[in-house]
Write a protein that binds this ligand. Structure first.
Ligand SMILES: *Cc1c(COP(=O)(O)O)cnc(C)c1O
Length: 450
């Protein structure tokens, strides 16, 4: 049996960094990544045969856990009928209808293969619809790796986005204005200055790619109002939060639409104060494909109908709406019922609160931040509301905590800036494994030195 170390060395010979997506290389926690062999429910097994409780869940998609029988059956049946046709299938319509049932403001939906494509198409649409070029995004929000959306931080108003990646022409990053998240004043000033040039604002459902940073009360309502008063469009990127923070995503949780689906369960944490706003476009991914490559965008019919073949905004994909992916997505959404949302809400509250209590017991100041069932940790005295504050935390404490958990059989995100995920398969045995690992992990974080 090859060890993780051997597999990683072999991979590095042929794959840059040995991985097909950078965070998998364990760069921020150091050491050798586990090469995975199989998953079962809440457990993930590496090439050395070690099983751990999976708190990553493929970065979110596996809301029903690994190899859920109904999802596997749907996938096998679809695969047996054909892997791809490059022609429409009924499953695409059924999945689009299921998305719209949960998020009624997504009146029409186009399915694509990755979240990156969904956001890329959404920004092309808002530009096509408004005839304007500039896009506002918020520092620390991740929207996939397309050129214009990699533009990153730079505090203050209307910072011309500096490329966060080599290979992004300044002409392209210059079309993205990066503002601090949760800063209504900065947004207001930016609109006051360049309002007629702004095509749209893209924002994550709660920000969860700089650690979990929910919007402060009123911020999203302000985005909506400023977009309206300046003729710009609002894109909510729910690739991570969609169908996870509630049956109707972050938007459903935030607006109260999801009240009937477990989010208002007694004891549920991470439930924000209600606000009333409706984005023009939504981006979906992760859970919507149940672990297969599938994503989508949806929104107001008159905007969505600007997409080819009806309208002038082009978008296409050989594998878009793939029959096996849509089968996985449909089975996953159908399986993710009220009980599933209640369950993940309870499990995440139990685990995150146990960490919180232990941090308090040892006297280490840590902010446990939540958005629905998503949570993450900031080693900080004060709550974190933006990227600058997130980066200023004592991030070095995470590495020993990560490895302590890893050795104790708990697989968590190999970066302090990622959310933790649970699934309906996280049962008592899995939760107990995590709870037992907490005291040593918290001690390791407390003992860490910069
Ligand atoms: C993961 C993610 C994306 C990108 O999706 P991919 O499928 O990895 O391309 C976009 N937006 C958000 C909020 C995400 O979390």
């Amino acid at each position: 049996m090859a060890s993780n170390k051997e597999l990683f060395e072999q991979a590095q010979g042929v794959i840059p960094g040995g991985v097909d997506s950078p965070v998998r290389a364990f760069g921020s926690v150091g050491g050798t990544p586990a090469f995975m062999e199989r998953g079962e429910g809440a457990w993930i097994y590496d090439a050395e045969g070690t099983g751990r409780v999976d708190m990553v869940c493929s970065w979110g998609p596996l809301i029903l856990g690994h190899c859920e029988p109904r999802v596997l059956d749907a996938v096998s049946a679809a695969a047996a009928r054909g892997l791809s046709f490059g022609a429409p299938t009924e499953t695409e319509t059924l999945l689009a209808e299921e998305i719209r049932r949960r998020v009624p403001a997504a009146e029409k939906i186009r399915l694509v293969s990755t979240g990156t494509e969904a956001t890329m198409t959404a920004i092309r649409l808002v530009r096509g619809a408004t005839g304007r070029s500039l896009l506002i995004k918020f520092a620390g929000c991740y929207h996939g790796h397309s050129d214009g959306l990699l533009a990153e931080a730079g505090s203050g108003v209307a910072t011309g986005g500096l490329p966060a990646s080599a290979g992004v022409p300044a002409e392209i990053s210059g079309q993205t204005i990066v503002l601090p998240y949760n800063d209504e004043q900065a947004l207001r000033e930016c609109f006051a200055e360049r309002g007629e040039q702004i095509a749209g604002v893209i924002v994550e459902g709660a920000a969860a790619n700089m650690g979990v940073v929910p919007p402060v009360p009123g911020f999203y309502t302000a985005i909506r109002e400023l977009c309206d008063s300046h003729g710009a469009l609002m894109i909510m990127d729910e690739v991570l939060t969609g169908f996870r923070c509630s049956a109707s995503g972050w938007w459903g949780l935030h607006t109260g639409l999801a009240d009937t689906v477990g989010s208002t369960d007694e004891g549920a944490l991470g439930v924000p104060e209600r606000e009333v706003y409706t984005p023009d476009l939504f981006c979906f991914g992760k859970v919507v494909g149940g672990g297969m490559p599938l994503a989508g965008l949806g929104g107001r019919a008159e905007i969505m109908d600007l997409l080819a073949p009806l309208g002038p905004v082009y978008q296409a994909g050989t594998l878009s709406g793939n029959p096996v992916s849509t089968a996985a997505g449909l089975a996953t959404l159908r399986g993710a019922d009220e009980n599933v949302y209640r369950h993940i809400s309870r499990v995440s509250a139990e685990i995150s609160t146990a960490f919180e209590d232990e941090f308090a017991r040892v006297g280490l100041p840590v902010q446990v931040q939540r958005a629905g069932s998503l949570f993450s940790f900031f080693f900080s005295e004060n709550p974190v509301i933006n990227y600058e504050q997130a980066k200023a935390c004592e991030t070095f404490r995470y590495t020993p905590m990560f490895w302590s958990l890893f050795e104790a059989g708990v697989y968590t995100p190999p970066s302090v800036f990622e959310a933790w995920f649970v699934s309906s398969a996280h049962d008592e045995r899995a939760v107990n494994r995590v709870l037992e690992a907490i005291p040593a992990a918290v001690r390791a974080a407390a003992d860490a030195r910069a």
